[in-house]
Design a protein around this ligand. Structure first.
Ligand SMILES: Nc1ncnc2c1ncn2[C@@H]1O[C@H](COP(=O)(O)OP(=O)(O)OP(=O)(O)O)[C@@H](O)[C@H]1O
Ligand SMILES: [Mg+2]
Length: 279
């Protein structure tokens, strides 16, 4: 099924005027051998929004993210991230993107032999080699605290942290260069519901305080209901809908119906309604 043009045209959840699209994807094609993962995929991500990206396992969410951050050269199509083609060979473009995007991969991907502080210092060393050690240390401490970790986490190895703390450490590293844009692949996977809810609140708080634009892949319905401004649904090798949740829920694509109107979807919707009434 092709992307639903009506849903794509819906205004964002917040504000009357649509902010500029910081990510623009048109006609994206990704293939692995004879398997086509994306076939003419279109997507816009607007400045200052949290867009939740959902879809069945293997629907191509992580491949889409890898294409957006320049780790994969698509087979066809056009991508612009902050005005730059992520596969540009121009070193200035690459530098611009590396400095402007923080990435949290599906598997966390911290350097296991480095402490949390050293992990956070890696991008600082790479992009600001002239920073004095003491300032780099202060900045890494600031990011670790911003990600909600205690200061003593700085000297710990990733293996000495809980799963939730490792996610926060990876987030601290993603924030190291003060990027305006974050890419998060399943940030709450593997966390208990309370830890996941706390991580969601952290993302929302950071996004609001720092004005971030967030591309967030998730399976977590609670995350979608509590922090996402819009949801993009990947199915049939395309984005079949990208809209605020209230409109997505009314969409009649079979995967969307099953996902949002199955028992777990209904429970998440009820919980979100309850929380909205309490506040
Ligand atoms: N490097 C690769 N080589 C071959 N096939 C790949 C490669 N990377 C991804 N794929 C295939 O592309 C499809 C989409 O993968 P992707 O990792 O994007 O799925 P996903 O939507 O992120 O799934 P999940 O929710 O399980 O993380 C899968 O069928 C996967 O096997
Ligand atoms: Mg994935």
């Amino acid at each position: 099924m092709a992307a639903d043009p009506d849903l794509q045209r819906q205004p964002p959840a917040r504000g009357q005027d649509r902010p500029p699209a910081l990510i623009r994807v048109r006609g994206l094609v990704n293939r692995f051998g004879r398997q086509t993962v994306h076939e003419g995929l279109d997507l816009d991500v607007y400045q200052g929004e949290i867009i939740g990206v959902v879809g069945g396992s293997g629907s191509g969410k992580s491949v889409l993210m890898r294409s957006l951050i320049g780790l994969r050269r698509p087979d066809a199509g056009e991508i612009s991230v902050l005005g730059v083609d992520p596969r540009s060979d121009d070193p200035a473009d690459r530098l611009h993107l590396e400095r402007s995007t923080g990435v949290l991969f599906q598997d966390g991907a911290l350097f296991s032999s480095l402490t949390v502080g050293e992990n956070v210092e890696v991008p600082l060393k790479e992009h600001h080699p002239d920073l004095p050690d003491s300032l780099r240390y202060e900045l890494s401490l600031l990011k670790v605290r911003l990600a909600g970790l205690p200061a003593d986490a700085l000297d710990k190895l990733p293996s000495q942290l809980s799963g939730g703390m490792r996610k926060r450490a990876a987030l601290a590293r993603a924030l190291a260069l003060d990027p305006p844009m974050l890419f998060l692949d399943e940030p709450t996977a593997g966390l208990d519901p309370i830890g996941a809810a706390a991580f969601d609140r952290l993302i929302r708080t950071l996004q609001q305080a720092l004005g971030l634009t967030v591309f967030l892949i998730t399976h977590d319905l609670d995350t979608l209901y509590t922090i996402c401004d819009r949801v993009a649904v990947l199915a049939d090798r395309n984005v079949v809908a990208a809209a605020p949740l209230a409109e997505i829920e009314r969409h009649d694509h079979p995967w969307i119906r099953e996902y949002f109107h199955g028992p777990r979807g209904r429970a998440a919707a009820r919980a979100a309604e309850g929380a909205a009434q309490e506040s």
